[in-house]
Write a protein that binds this ligand. Structure first.
Ligand SMILES: Cc1ncc(COP(=O)(O)O)c(C=O)c1O
Length: 446
């Protein structure tokens, strides 16, 4: 199998050797529609020459300086540009290399914020089940993803979790709007039960990513979360590693609600995948507390503020603006959702949901009862593989959406340059895949 260690030791991984626009090509030259942007990363498409040029120009000038000792021009310029994308009070930008670094850093900044105010007891982070915030131990401690936590449970921090705002399978057994977003009030109950003097922050993905792709809370949800956080001196961290820089059709996903977070984490599409790049945006209150207090942070990584990554980030933000791609994500997102909704005529399609170009399809054994398929039916794997045979790439959703074990769903998160024709090709490919899986499952059942 060669020296390279893959995630699945049994699987033979197809090699992709080239990408252009919304298409990837394998070694035999076969074309695939990249309807997932890698994994909600490739926002402006593959092979964009402006980004390649910016990268190579910077590499010729200087590829690396250490941010603990020096500033560099692209990092300064990129931070200025990114700040203009964010709500005006979140204009302080810390540069990093990946999503887990960003959420882990946000966790520590929340702790430091309270330390600066003499509240050393406030260090725990509340998050939600059916969530993902990264794979390092702090980030995994915040992640409500049972399948990935299991093996490492003894190493994880004791952070509380509240139910997800997952209306299709309401964990509180209620229905919107009669529920009066009781799932948001669970934050208050948990803070009180755990003791507000121990809780530093609440972290959430504004629109849920691969753990339940496209699940979008109701309009009252985040304003209620913000009120509760304010009441108990708890910071609100919006994890926009996926939803940041336009994926949901607005600059940041949280802007769909009237609620301003104290910290925003962003990664993935920030560089459109051309180089590793992430950031934490600090609101004035957090930045000022540190500036007036200890005066600095003790977190840093060798590659923080990397000049090449920053040059890429700047080129990507400029490309998004020049081609009005966030507006296109909103427009094409609406069309995609409409077209995917037609697939509910197939008995295995339970729910279609999403905002902008972050969408998901959930599969069920029974549309009326929403009963899931048994794990061994491997519906998600079947759908993803059948779609790939049709030349369409979709991402398998994380297992366990129903009860930590069962539940099948996929994520669709194409580049923002998707057109009407790409939507039609995606829906046709997915429909053919669903038809094939319906046939396979009826053979399994009989
Ligand atoms: C919402 C969210 N936060 C954090 C992460 C972790 O990012 P990374 O894989 O870059 O460490 C992810 C990755 O999928 C994510 O979706």
């Amino acid at each position: 199998m060669g020296a390279l260690v893959h995630r699945d030791f049994q699987r033979v991984y197809p090699v992709m050797s080239r990408g252009k626009g919304v298409f990837l090509y394998d070694q035999s030259g076969r074309e695939y529609l990249d309807a997932v942007g890698g994994i909600a990363v490739v926002n402006i498409g593959h092979g964009v020459s402006e980004v390649v040029a910016a990268m190579s120009k910077q590499a010729e000038k200087v590829a690396f300086v250490h941010d603990a000792a020096f500033a560099n021009e692209p990092a300064v310029a990129f931070a200025e540009e990114l700040a203009t994308w964010a709500p005006s009070s979140l204009r302080h930008v810390l540069l990093l290399s990946g999503g887990s670094e960003a959420t882990e850093t946000a966790m520590k900044l929340a702790r430091q914020y309270h330390l600066e105010h003499g509240k050393a007891g406030k260090y725990r982070i509340v998050s939600r089940w059916i969530s993902y915030h990264g794979n390092t131990l702090g980030a995994l401690s915040m992640s409500g993803r049972p399948a990935w936590r299991k093996a490492f449970t003894p190493l994880l921090l004791n952070f509380p979790k509240i139910p997800a705002p997952y209306c299709y399978r309401c964990p509180m057994g209620k229905a919107y709007p009669e529920c009066n977003v009781a799932c948001a009030d669970e934050l208050e109950r948990t803070i009180c039960m755990e003791g507000s003097d121990s809780i530093a922050a609440f972290i959430a993905e504004p629109v849920i990513g691969t753990s339940a792709a496209g699940v979008t809370p109701p309009p009252e949800y985040y304003p209620r979360i913000r009120e509760i956080c304010d009441r108990y001196d708890v910071l609100f961290i919006a994890d926009e590693v996926i939803t940041g820089v336009g994926r949901t059709g607005k600059n940041f996903g949280i802007e769909h609600w009237e609620a301003t977070p104290d910290l925003i984490t962003v990664a993935k599409g920030l560089s459109s995948g051309y180089a590793p790049l992430a950031a934490v945006l600090l609101r004035d209150n957090v930045y000022d507390a540190i500036a007036r207090g200890s005066g600095g942070i003790t977190q840093g990584f060798t590659y923080s503020g990397h000049p090449l990554s920053a040059a890429v980030g700047l080129a990507v933000l400029r490309y998004l603006a020049a081609h009005d791609l966030v507006a296109n994500a909103a427009r094409i997102g609406r069309l995609l959702l409409e077209r995917l909704a037609t697939l509910t005529r197939y008995p295995i399609v339970g729910d279609v949901r999403g905002t902008g170009l972050l969408q998901g399809v959930e599969f069920v054994a029974d549309q009326a009862t929403r009963h899931p398929w048994p794990r061994k039916a491997e519906v998600t794997r079947r759908i993803v593989e059948a779609a790939l045979d049709e030349g369409v790439m979709v991402v398998p959703g994380m297992a366990g959406i129903v009860d930590g074990v069962a539940g099948d769903h996929i994520q669709i998160s194409p580049p923002y340059i998707f057109t009407e024709a790409h939507v039609e090709r995606l829906v046709a490919g997915l429909e053919a895949a669903i038809q094939r899986v319906v046939r396979e499952l009826s053979a399994v059942r009989n």
